[in-house]
Design a protein around this ligand. Structure first.
Ligand code: SAM
Length: 363
């Protein structure tokens, strides 16, 4: 057989195909063979017919609502870009109800079903949770994955949050140095990541046009949505795209809530999965960690919690973060979140409030 010439050799280096022996190469990888295999029968995902994105009234944005997120009428359908949340675990914390597993799954399905309606095309949903118990171990994450997929969410992946560095050394190891009944000590939690209707959130429109709802216009092929700018740094991107994250847990005592996650957790997801000025929702908002992370990243937030004390706590943390920002010369008003840059026909740019996020750039 004739050995490949230089151009064939270089094209072989750049483009790999799914190999029957496994292949380390990923650059320009052609995975059509894999996705065409029977493993993917019935799972093939075409692109969406249209990308829909509706604006939220400014008065309804950057707020924490004291009510159940089973109903989020304040938000139009197709208006939220990312959900980050940690649901109640139903493990007798002070805010937990004593629900059966089926009742608990029912609550999550009602809330995440409502979130699904509120997400834009390509919007992402990230659920942080830990599994519970030992006799037997209840793998809550497996139920949530199953229920989310039944609701129509498409799974993107799962992140293992290794919180070992910050968690106290648990001594619940069952039988000490004996095979009688040693117990695993979880030092991790899960972050399950899903998309609605499309894995991609394009900055521009694909073929055809898309409707953006009341008060919005229809975009034609190739027209750009204004202000869709990523803010993630090179180093953040390299770190946040890994499937294992290591950083310490947050202290419940310090925050004043029984189960806060560290701001780092929603911050990473916001940086990775949203553009500047996007809307981030936490339907189980607790002490408002997601809202603080959204502000830190220059995104808008909406939170829900049923407990008035936690809503006040969240508002306090948000305003404290606002004061810190003002000390360094930035303000917290929604219009100061530079989510949307207006690009005039002449190409001049300037920050404008988010309410204009669905205005069209006339070419
Ligand atoms: C695990 S905590 C969230 C903690 C939050 N991630 C933080 O960093 O503070 C779950 C929260 O969900 C709230 N909650 C429970 N049922 C709810 C419902 N139906 N709607 C909205 N919030 C609810 C609880 O009051 C609790 O604050």
């Amino acid at each position: 057989m004739t050995p490949p010439g230089p151009s064939e050799r270089s094209s072989k280096r750049l483009h790999t195909r799914t190999s029957s022996f496994g292949s380390p190469g990923r650059i320009g990888h052609d995975a059509s063979k894999f996705y065409g295999s029977r493993l993917y029968d019935g799972k093939a995902m075409g692109g969406p017919d249209e990308y829909v994105e509706n604006p939220i009234e400014p008065a309804s944005l950057d707020r924490v609502y004291c009510k159940s997120s089973e109903n989020m009428d304040e938000l139009p359908d197709y208006s939220v870009h990312l959900m980050v949340t940690s649901p109640p675990y139903n493990v007798t914390k002070e805010y937990d109800e004593d629900l059966t597993l089926d009742e608990y799954r029912g609550l999550l399905k009602r809330v995440f079903g409502e979130v699904y309606r509120k997400l834009v095309t390509g919007g992402r949903a990230c659920v942080n949770l830990a599994n519970v118990g030992r006799k037997p171990y209840i793998a809550l994450h497996s139920y949530v994955i199953q229920d989310m997929q039944e609701m129509g969410y498409m799974m993107r992946g799962e992140i293992i949050w290794n919180k070992a560095a910050g968690s106290g050394p648990s001594t619940a190891w069952g039988s000490w140095r004996s095979a009688a009944n040693p117990t695993l000590r979880d030092v991790h939690e899960y972050i399950l990541v899903f998309s609605k209707e499309s894995f991609s959130r394009s900055k521009t429109l694909g073929t055809g046009s898309k409707t953006l709802g009341t008060g919005s216009k229809t975009l034609g092929t190739g027209q750009k949505l204004p202000g869709k700018e990523s803010t993630i740094s090179r180093d953040e991107f390299l770190e946040f795209t890994k499937s294992v994250w290591t950083f310490p847990a947050e202290s419940a005592q310090r925050v004043g809530h029984p189960a806060p996650f560290p701001v780092e957790l929603p911050y990473r997801l916001i940086q990775l999965y949203t553009f500047k000025g996007d809307v981030v929702l936490d339907p189980f908002c607790g002490s408002g960690s997601t809202c603080v992370a959204a502000l830190k990243a220059g995104r808008h937030y909406v939170g829900y919690d049923t407990k008035e004390d936690y809503v006040r706590l969240a508002e306090g943390r948000i305003s404290e973060y606002g004061q810190q920002l003002s000390l360094i010369g930035k303000s917290l008003s929604p219009s100061s979140i530079e989510g949307v840059e207006k690009v005039s026909p002449s190409g001049e740019q300037g920050a404008i409030p988010l309410k204009l996020s669905c205005d069209i750039i006339e070419s």
